[in-house]
Design a protein around this ligand. Structure first.
Ligand code: FES
Ligand SMILES: [Fe+2]
Length: 418
């Protein structure tokens, strides 16, 4: 056990979880080989032969569309001796040729040609040497996941309460189809990956870490809710445990959102278009549901390493652990397929402004996470981190409480302790 949870309402996380190489090794087996792990969005591979190469759960994969138009995931390792079969980041391929000895696979993964095949003994069978696939691949509303555990529960069951929040994203499109907008943000952080999980839905830090951003909004004329006496400014929403380690902060939106809620920083020119989007939303979903979609913003964690920041833009963010103290982050902007050029410009601007690697939030968050990791060097002497905000409360927990963080850690501990 790496948690303390007891009657006196203490909840503490053992810092070895963030620093010990032995834990990092265990996570690879017990978490990343057993959970549904995000691969990509269907819209990233539209036509037969479209592909992206990625590292998912530490494995090189080819995320692609086959000749029948199905989304596929292949392990990017040659059946001959293991070379990466595809070394391009993205593209469209009729076939994948391994550059080492020239074995060639078609876009459906079948081994198509072997140079000098005649030299192989009888019994050599190309049909047995197709590119391997993970035991399970499934999608929910365009989000594609893989699972290395053949016995895992279905993706739908796994997602549990997170599905409702993915639905709220999909409903932003009139056709229900969202698309990843071309281009990827990529950066490394010198910190344990779980610190970014925490940070992605830790609203307790907003006031102290992001004062620059809050001042910018205020100066731009954005109406900020005044905190009630004794309350934290960002306490304007709730934190929820969505089951299976997933969690969300579900907040009143004061930042606006390009989908349907205008704020001054979007500029007067964009106002009519944003009002039109709002009207479409109301026509399609009704007043109440439209308000649910547009007037709240939600930071969702799908256990273990997918984040949907559904607010001032929609950001898909995932991160791969590289070492106990290092992760690689990838992030994409998501928007309705039918979005106009004006709305898309606002969306991309918002995508960069807050969560972008050079935006108002992310550099400050990275600074915080790397400072936490530096503090972890003393984990043997100072072994416990405190995570008990809101524990004594009955019922609803605020976004600045830590119920949702505890839900993540309880699931993590359950899987790692097996
Ligand atoms: S390793 Fe791919 S052809 Fe030899
Ligand atoms: Fe932050």
């Amino acid at each position: 056990m790496r948690l303390v949870v007891n009657e006196s309402l203490r909840f503490e996380v053992h810092r070895s979880a963030l620093a010990d190489p032995a834990v990092h090794e265990l996570e690879s087996r017990r978490i990343f080989e057993r959970c549904w792990i995000y691969v990509g969005h269907e819209s990233e591979v539209r036509a037969p032969g479209d592909f992206k190469t990625r590292s998912v759960a530490g494995r090189p994969v080819i995320f692609c569309r086959d000749s029948a138009g199905r989304v596929r995931v292949f392990l990017n390792t040659c059946r001959h001796r293991g070379t990466l079969v595809c070394r391009e980041r993205e593209g469209n391929a009729e076939r994948y040729t391994c550059f080492y000895h020239g074995w060639t696979y078609d876009r459906d993964g079948a081994l198509y040609a072997v140079p000098g095949q005649g030299a192989y003994p009888p019994g050599f069978d190309k049909n047995e040497l197709a590119l391997k696939e993970p035991p399970k691949v499934a999608a929910y509303r365009g989000f594609v996941f893989l699972n290395f555990d053949a016995g895992a529960v279905s993706l739908d069951e796994y997602l549990a309460g997170a599905r409702e929040y993915i639905d709220l994203v999909a409903e932003q499109s009139p056709s229900g189809e969202m698309e990843v907008i071309r281009g990827t943000q990529e950066y490394d952080i010198k910190a344990n990956w779980k610190l970014l999980v925490e940070n992605s839905f830790d609203d307790y830090h907003l006031l102290s870490t992001h004062s620059t951003w809050l001042n910018y909004l205020k100066n731009a004329g954005v109406e900020m809710k005044r905190p009630a006496k004794g309350e934290m400014l960002p306490a304007h929403g709730v934190g929820k445990d969505l089951g299976n380690g997933h969690g969300v902060v579900d907040n009143v939106n004061f930042r606006g959102r390009p989908v349907a809620r205008w704020i001054p920083i979007y500029g007067e020119a964009a106002k009519p278009e944003i009002e039109r989007i709002r009207a479409e939303l109301v026509r399609r979903l009704g007043e109440k549901r439209a308000a649910r979609v547009a007037d709240t913003n939600r930071n969702l964690i799908v256990f273990p390493n997918l984040v949907l920041n559904d607010g001032s833009s929609v950001t898909i963010r995932t991160f791969q652990p590289l070492a106990p103290d290092r992760m690689r982050v990838s992030a994409w902007a998501l928007g309705p397929k039918e979005e106009s050029a004006t709305a898309r410009a606002v969306r991309l601007d918002s995508f960069l402004t807050f969560y972008g690697p050079g935006g108002f939030a992310t550099p400050d968050d990275i600074e915080a996470l790397e400072a936490v990791q530096a503090g972890m060097a003393a984990w043997r002497e100072v072994p416990w981190s405190v995570m008990s905000r809101g524990m004594a409360k009955q019922g609803e927990q605020l976004n600045t409480d830590e119920l949702h963080l505890r839900a993540f850690w309880i699931q993590w501990d359950k899987l790692i302790s097996r």
